[in-house]
Design a protein around this ligand. Structure first.
Ligand code: NAP
Length: 327
């Protein structure tokens, strides 16, 4: 009999079809995982879960006595109660690396868009406001090249952003992480700073940490006050790393100049969110890694992790190795 697995929200079609040859696959999208009777029924004898942003907490695990592995189709795994999974000897995996360059491209795209006001000026042209050949200075943007870029979270993606900024745009790289990175400092001529100092001196600030208890609300009122009034803030991490109402206030009060956002406190973002009314905010709908090529690679890597876990092998991207060591 085929092992039962649940695929959730996003697994690319060719990967799903391959999994279906091997497993009894039940696909769910955006269901209420606390209440949906069909989901809870299938969960009971499911051995593996593969998917995007499925909230896996103690309550869900109560309904999954046969679960052996949760394979996230993402590098971030703030949706998983990793301790709860480890206690129950359930493996958890993610998809690091394959999305690094794509997310760095997205972050850099937001940065350039916010600096040069590309979406705003796109609307200006399309709405027929371009009446005189030389547009007024009020529509000018600000330079990216040769400016100071502060990166918070100098991991895989942070370094890929630094690479673009240093080699492509002659930017001065400042960074803050839990630990210093001598190779990064050498390669990108980067300077390590405490968070407050980085916020004070950077022209652009890119936030790209994981969401953890330590990074929840990392950037709030005080942090926006430290930033230059001309600063442009980019969030590619997770919405809850920022206190969103303080970001809105900072943008409205002119404490910072602009923001580029891929992630939000609540997703999908609500239609009445004041961020959506601000011209100095560039938004994308959490598409950091969402290109055809990269989503496929992420699904493939997640499937590799799942298959390994379900066939008694160590998954290549195990988040909680303690489960494996206990075997
Ligand atoms: P990574 O290689 O693990 O890098 C994370 C970096 O964050 C590390 O440098 C780490 O510092 C730093 N960090 C962790 N906690 C910190 C703290 N409290 N203060 C300062 N720095 C801290 O991960 P990655 O592959 O670059 O991915 C980073 C995150 O990007 C993911 O977890 C996810 O949330 C987000 N992401 C978003 C999208 C999107 O679609 N928008 C897509 C992919 C990823 P140390 O190196 O010193 O430990």
């Amino acid at each position: 009999m085929k092992k039962k697995i649940i695929a959730y929200n996003r697994v690319e079609k060719p990967v799903l079809e391959k999994l279906e040859q091997q497993y009894d696959v039940h696909f769910f999208k955006d269901v209420d995982t606390k209440k949906d009777p069909e989901f809870l029924k299938q969960l009971h004898d499911t051995e593996g879960i593969i998917g995007l942003e499925l909230p896996v907490d103690g309550q869900l695990l109560e309904h999954a006595p046969n679960l052996k592995i949760v394979s996230n189709v993402s590098v971030g795994y703030n949706n998983l109660d990793v301790d709860g999974l480890t206690e129950r000897n359930i493996m958890a995996t993610n998809t690091p690396g394959v999305l690094t360059d794509t997310v760095a491209d997205t972050v850099f795209g937001l940065l350039i868009s916010a600096a040069r006001r590309i979406p705003e000026l796109d609307r200006y042209v399309k709405n027929g406001k371009w009446k005189v050949e030389a547009i007024e200075p009020e529509y000018f943007g600000t330079d990216v090249h040769h400016k100071k870029l502060g990166i918070i979270g100098m991991g895989r993606i942070g370094q890929a952003i630094a690479k673009r900024a240093h080699f492509g745009f002659d930017m001065e790289i400042l960074y803050h992480s839990r630990s210093r990175k001598p190779v990064v400092e050498e390669t990108f001529n980067a300077e390590y700073l405490g968070l407050d100092e980085l916020l004070k001196v950077s022209d652009y600030i890119c936030l790209i940490t994981p969401l953890t208890p330590e990074t929840t609300g990392l950037i709030g009122k005080q942090e926006f006050q430290l930033m230059k009034n001309s600063a442009i803030f980019i969030n590619g991490s997770r919405g809850k790393t920022v206190v969103e109402h303080e970001l809105i206030a900072a943008l409205q009060n002119g404490e910072i100049a602009a923001a580029g956002l891929d992630v939000y406190e609540q997703e999908p973002v609500q239609a009445d969110n004041p961020l959506l009314k601000l011209d100095n905010v560039v938004t994308t709908p959490h598409i950091g890694s969402s290109t055809h090529e990269t989503e496929l690679k992420m699904s493939e890597l997640a499937a590799t992790n799942l298959e390994a876990g379900l066939s008694g092998k160590k998954p290549p991207n195990l988040i909680n190795p303690a489960v494996w060591e206990k075997k």
